[in-house]
Design a protein around this ligand. Structure first.
Ligand SMILES: Cc1cc2nc3c(=O)[nH]c(=O)nc-3n(C[C@H](O)[C@H](O)[C@H](O)COP(=O)(O)O)c2cc1C
Length: 322
């Protein structure tokens, strides 16, 4: 990602000690890196989300658990003391959403992440070709079947269209706030108009996300719209970013453009598939090491030292030549 963005390093700064620690919604984190919610970790490793959560705890980072997890909310909560946020969708059966939110609250999850870019599932051609079927997710046992099979296209899409509430709109944030006191982040904002609306309805934060480019073709790269969102919210709520974070330099660029922290999706699944909990730890550690080095080489000792002037966009370079 971040094609066209370059880093403007500052020199002769005492960088003998680098501190990457931060707080996210008031919770300590060793670095501004969180685990993004991704579905069905048992497809990558038999220990599933429990292994991911343990890695998050070991690295002192925050994990967002997907609504579509293969381990239950309770299993993940009792496996370790990681700070956990809970991602959720609003289903047509709102009683199921409310029940899941209550289970997250009961099990010590600290914040909720409502994913808002999925009124319908994007057209995922690989899922159609592979005839992907979701396993029966234990969280929903006794509530609904997730193993939907259809002879028309994607099984996953058939499940999603039967469950997701496409009528969800801004007014419903009030309903969500009436069923929980936990802070609610909304994930999937890509425009300043929606960022302003999010502040108005009182959410606790925004995740600039295009769902890892799995929903709308031609949605922008998140790094390219981050600043638009940051400027719109005027510091009233924190802004986070996910999508394409693969290197510590990517984290640095996102912070320079105003993100408070980033979330990582696929790298975590790759680490999990390769080596379970240990693999996820390695992924997080590599990103942290790279961020620390980037900060040192850019003249930043603390996250607050990373400023807008540390990056230059391709557009700005062009402008300076005119
Ligand atoms: C396999 C996979 C499953 C995902 N499942 C979910 C999900 O259940 N809920 C959700 O809000 N986002 C989901 N996402 C999107 C991620 O939260 C995140 O936005 C995206 O992966 C970030 O991009 P990255 O993979 O480049 O880091 C999923 C992404 C992937 C790749």
């Amino acid at each position: 990602m971040t094609y066209g963005l370059s880093i403007r390093p500052r020199v002769l700064v005492n960088v003998s000690r680098i501190d990457m620690s931060t707080t996210i919604l008031g919770f300590n984190s060793s670095a501004p890196i969180m685990i993004a919610p991704t579905a069905m970790h048992k497809l990558a490793h038999q220990e599933g989300e429990v292994a991911t959560a343990r890695a998050a705890a070991a690295c002192n980072t925050i994990m967002a658990l997907s609504f579509m997890s293969t381990c239950t909310v309770e299993e993940v909560a009792s496996s370790c003391n990681a700070v956990r946020f809970f991602q959720f969708y609003v289903y047509k059966r709102r009683d199921i959403t409310a029940l899941m939110v209550q289970r997250a609250v009961r099990n010590g999850f600290k914040a909720l992440i409502l994913t808002v870019d999925t009124p319908r599932l994007g057209r995922r051609e690989a899922d159609i070709k592979n005839k992907m079927i979701a396993p029966q997710l234990k969280n929903f046992e006794g509530l609904l079947s997730t193993e939907v099979v259809t002879d028309k296209g994607s099984n996953l899409e058939a499940f999603a269209s039967g469950t997701l509430d496409a009528s969800l709109c801004w007014e419903d944030i009030g309903w969500l706030r009436s069923i929980t006191d936990l802070p609610i982040l909304i994930k999937g904002v890509l425009t300043h108009e929606d960022a302003i609306r999010a502040v108005e309805v009182g959410v606790a934060g925004i995740v600039v996300s295009n769902h890892g480019a799995r929903q709308l073709d031609y949605a922008p790269a998140t790094i390219n719209v981050l600043e638009e969102v940051v400027l719109a919210v005027q510091g009233k709520i924190p802004v986070f970013l996910d999508g394409g974070i693969r290197r510590g330099t990517d984290v640095f660029k996102a912070l320079a453009l105003g993100a408070q922290a980033v979330l990582i999706g696929r790298p975590v699944i790759y680490g999990l598939a390769a080596k379970g909990e240990h693999g996820v730890r390695r992924v997080i550690q590599m990103l942290k090491d790279e961020l620390e080095l980037t900060m040192a080489l850019s003249g930043c000792c603390h996250l607050k030292d990373i400023a807008r002037s540390h990056v230059r966009t391709g557009h700005e370079r062009l402008q300076s030549r005119i």
